[in-house]
Design a protein around this ligand. Structure first.
Ligand code: NAP
Length: 340
């Protein structure tokens, strides 16, 4: 029997989660929600998803626009086994109180929600087992997912004393125009640490301090990390450990990956919607100085959390082990050692 998944909020994350679920044999999308009857609502229907109004009062708006919806989120929940909440930041917590708790349905939240919205903050590699048979799980944000994946591998192989990371963040996603037309660099926040370090600690027990800046690009985030190791290691050892993990993509500057523009160009060649699900790490950036690892990685913000949502569903229904779930997700989404 396939798990019936409702995707509440068919935006940047929601449409990618829906498409990823579509690729799985043990789950299926039974409906997606929108508040606006715009081109994305029409696209959802064209792609074969049943469309529902994200809030009951929006039914009329869809009717007036000539878009037929099957009902409201409340109707959708009646049919579903789990909701993947992909609504805007902070709306997920409201939805939990308004709908999910009342209906007694399992829900996955995204990284825009505070950690206390769920029983577990989740990353498949680091703590899959903690999500087993839980009712509420939060898949951590794109930046946190990128940091946790990397630090988990480094910690498992070499031990980590402390981490200092600088995050250079894309200001908005490619589709957003609300904050566009700017030319600026903003320390965000100006105080230290940024929320990313404490967010990593909701999943991994590491000493980490983060500083973050926003820059006027929509393409990717970039992280510059210094990681003090417990054990001695050479750059080749680090590369070997990273190569073992399919959700890490190692690229080479020498090979033409001179900037995130080139990484995105490569993504356009190999993936539907240019979705990269992997941390992208430049091999040449890996250096060890006084037992401190230096490394630069690019984080594809729109897609990196998608495999984690799929794995969280399997963990919450306890239908696969960590290894089996990650293998299935990787296989179906084409995640592997594309370039290493
Ligand atoms: P988004 O592109 O703005 O999409 C949000 C979706 O939610 C839209 O489809 C919107 O529908 C719908 N929506 C609006 N109001 C709603 C409501 N009251 N109830 C239910 N749905 C509602 O946002 P996003 O970037 O996908 O972000 C979703 C979550 O993922 C956030 O927690 C965010 O922090 C997290 N996240 C985002 C990224 C990223 O890079 N984008 C990465 C990792 C995690 P309409 O368009 O019809 O209004």
């Amino acid at each position: 029997m396939r798990i019936k998944v409702a995707v509440h909020g068919y935006g940047t994350i929601g449409k990618r989660v829906a498409d990823a679920v579509k690729h799985q044999e043990d789950m299926k999308v039974i409906g997606v929600t929108k508040t606006k009857p715009d081109y994305e609502a029409r696209l959802a229907i064209e792609r074969g998803y049943e469309l529902y109004a994200a809030t009951p009062e929006k039914i009329e708006v869809f009717k007036n626009a000539g878009i037929s919806v099957k009902g409201t989120i409340e109707d959708l929940i009646q049919e579903a086994d789990i909701v993947v909440d992909c609504s805007p930041k902070k709306v997920g917590a409201e939805n939990k109180a308004k709908y999910y708790e009342k209906a007694g349905i399992k829900a996955i939240f995204q990284g825009g929600e505070k950690k206390d919205v769920a029983e577990v903050s989740f990353n498949a590699l680091a703590n899959y087992e903690q999500a087993i048979e839980r009712d509420y799980v939060r898949v951590v944000s794109c930046n946190t997912t990128g940091l946790v994946r990397l630090l988990y591998i480094i910690n498992q192989n070499f031990g980590v004393n402390k981490v200092r990371a600088t995050l250079i963040r894309r200001v908005v996603d490619p589709k957003d125009d609300k904050k566009g037309l700017v030319n600026n660099i903003m320390p965000d926040p100006i105080t230290i640490p940024s929320h990313h370090g404490p967010d990593v600690q909701t999943v991994l027990d590491v000493d980490i301090t983060t500083v973050a800046f926003k820059v006027p690009t929509t393409r990717m985030h970039v992280h510059s990390l210094n990681i003090e190791l417990k054990q001695q290691a050479k750059p080749e050892d680090i590369i070997e450990a990273l190569r073992e993990e399919p959700r890490i993509m190692l690229v080479s500057y020498e090979d033409g990956f001179t900037s995130i523009a080139k990484i995105m160009e490569y993504a356009r060649e190999i993936r539907t919607r240019s979705d990269l699900f992997e941390n992208v790490i430049w091999k040449e950036s890996i250096a060890i100085i006084d037992n401190e690892l230096y490394l630069t990685q690019a984080i594809p913000q729109e897609a990196i959390v998608i495999p984690e949502n799929i794995d969280a569903i399997r963990a919450m229904f306890n239908i696969a082990s960590k290894e089996e779930s990650m293998r299935l997700t990787n296989e179906t989404l084409g995640i592997g050692k594309l370039y290493s």
